[in-house]
Design a protein around this ligand. Structure first.
Ligand SMILES: O=C(O)c1ccccc1NCC(=O)[C@H](O)[C@H](O)COP(=O)(O)O
Length: 214
């Protein structure tokens, strides 16, 4: 694989974790958000994360989490990274960084070029900016909806911080996404599922093969 790190997000089963590990994913993503079909509550996390090999980092995905949820999830999920998917301000990232020994990733919803400008506010406090598709206002989830944005927006964007690409990726379109954006970190959820919340090991493997073939 051409130095591309992949996060398989929304893992809820041992089978899916093992498929992601075997296929060579760098990150195992667990969603701590009760409206999500992929929600993991902190008390369930230890039984899952014990199957994540040392070669992978554990990422917890949150939407404007309370301090209490974060503290429980970080401990139970032995999280290396927290990914924030809501309207968290840069100050919130700064204070979380001071309090917890984790990396912080900030997801930025993208539909137009002006959305990319928002990312600049986070470049001092986020370890990585994840450009994800903006989901429709009426949808219940700010991520994990299988929606892609116009990748050409990233084509000429001057990145001032490490970044990753997310939103609507799958085995059939990931080569094109990489060719257009030059991303070195990818995040996928719906594109490796049979239905919302149910990861499909064959799709995980096909996605990773498609990335390796680039
Ligand atoms: O996946 C979820 O259910 C989710 C819920 C709330 C906030 C974020 C969520 N997912 C974040 C991710 O990192 C997804 O992998 C990302 O949005 C891409 O999803 P998809 O378009 O389905 O590949």
């Amino acid at each position: 694989m051409a130095d591309i790190d992949v996060k398989i997000c929304g893992l809820t089963s041992v089978e899916a974790i093992e498929a992601a590990a075997e296929a060579g994913a760098a990150y195992a993503g667990f969603v701590f958000f009760e409206k999500s079909p992929r929600n993991v509550v902190p008390r369930e996390a230890p039984a899952l994360v014990k199957h994540v090999p040392k070669t992978m980092k554990r990422v917890g995905v949150f939407v404007e989490p309370s301090d209490s949820l974060l503290e429980r999830a970080i401990v139970a999920g032995r999280l290396d990274i927290i990914q924030l998917h809501g309207d968290e301000r840069p100050e919130r990232l700064k204070s979380l960084k001071a309090r917890h020994k984790v990396e912080i990733w900030k997801a930025i919803p993208v539909s137009t070029a002006s959305d990319l400008e928002r990312a600049k506010r986070y470049r001092d406090d986020a370890n990585l900016i994840l450009f994800d598709a903006r989901t429709p206002k009426a949808s219940r989830l700010p991520g994990g909806m299988g929606i892609a944005f116009d990748w050409k927006l990233l084509n000429k964007f001057k990145h001032k911080a490490p970044w990753g690409l997310s939103g609507g990726l799958n085995a059939d379109n990931v080569a094109e996404a990489l060719a257009i954006t030059g991303a070195t970190m990818l995040d996928v959820s719906s594109g490796v599922e049979s239905e919302p919340g149910i990861k499909n090991p064959d799709k995980i493997s096909a996605f990773m093969e498609a990335v390796k073939a680039v």
